[in-house]
Design a protein around this ligand. Structure first.
Ligand SMILES: [Fe+2]
Length: 241
């Protein structure tokens, strides 16, 4: 069973801030081939990715792999961060942490939309990492509810990431910034097959391509073949990021 934990600094359960090496991030293949560092200018081959635009307000795009090769580039980046050491006593695994999907998040505007990525039934066995790659002074940050239910703000900082698991209620801050921010996101966790259904349900329609805890890939064929940009109508339980 995964382990729940309390973070005194943020006064919240199941979330922690981590330091990431900026020089290492810059050199990751997935980042080098996707953005000019220090800008929000994308240089990726768009046919290797899918862009999904949730339609709850704002211009958020979830940009994720649509094939195994691109997934593997995200995977290399994920593995180089060494999160397995940090989370080995929290996430229950048979052999290894599993990356379900990697994303770039791009947005300059958003509405408030509180949700959890991972519910309590997943027992803190799945996590989201968010770290900014580019943001301006007036960037939108992350809101979360602490254990008292108070709305708090977590400010994204280049070289730092926030990791959160079950029952972490959060939202992108509402508003509009002068230019798009780019965040790197990894969704990952247990490799135990018993969580296949729960993970797939939790990730919903965020990406047309993902890997399940047991290592099998799931491809929503229609979403991949019909073009590269989608507007996804979301139910209240599907609202993400
Ligand atoms: Fe989220």
């Amino acid at each position: 069973m995964g382990r729940f934990f309390f973070n005194k600094q943020l006064n919240v359960n199941n979330a922690i801030e981590v330091n990431l090496n900026i020089e290492k991030l810059k050199e990751l293949e997935i980042i080098k081939k996707s953005y000019i560092w220090g800008t929000n200018k994308d240089i990726f081959q768009s046919d290797k990715f899918s862009s999904i635009k949730p339609n709850w307000g704002g211009d958020m795009e979830w940009i994720s792999s649509n094939n195994m090769n691109t997934y593997n580039m995200f995977l290399k980046g994920f593995e180089s961060l060494g999160l397995d050491k940090l989370l080995k006593d929290i996430i229950e695994c048979e052999n290894q942490l599993r990356l379900y999907a990697g994303f770039f998040l791009k947005r300059s505007s958003s509405k408030k939309n509180f949700h959890v990525d991972w519910n309590g039934r997943l027992k803190n066995n799945a996590f989201t990492l968010l770290t900014p790659l580019y943001q301006e002074e007036d960037a939108l940050h992350l809101l979360f509810k602490d254990i008292a239910g108070e709305e708090c703000k977590y400010k994204y900082e280049i070289g730092k990431g926030i990791l959160f698991g079950s029952d972490f209620s959060h939202s992108t801050e509402s508003g509009k910034s002068s230019s798009s921010s780019i965040l790197l996101c990894f969704q990952f966790g247990t490799d135990l097959p018993t969580y296949n259904r729960g993970i797939q349900d939790a990730m919903g329609t965020q990406t047309p391509f993902m890997i399940l805890p047991d290592g099998r890939s799931i491809a929503h064929k229609g979403m991949i073949q019909d073009g590269m940009t989608y507007s996804v109508p979301l139910g209240i339980n599907d609202l993400k990021f």
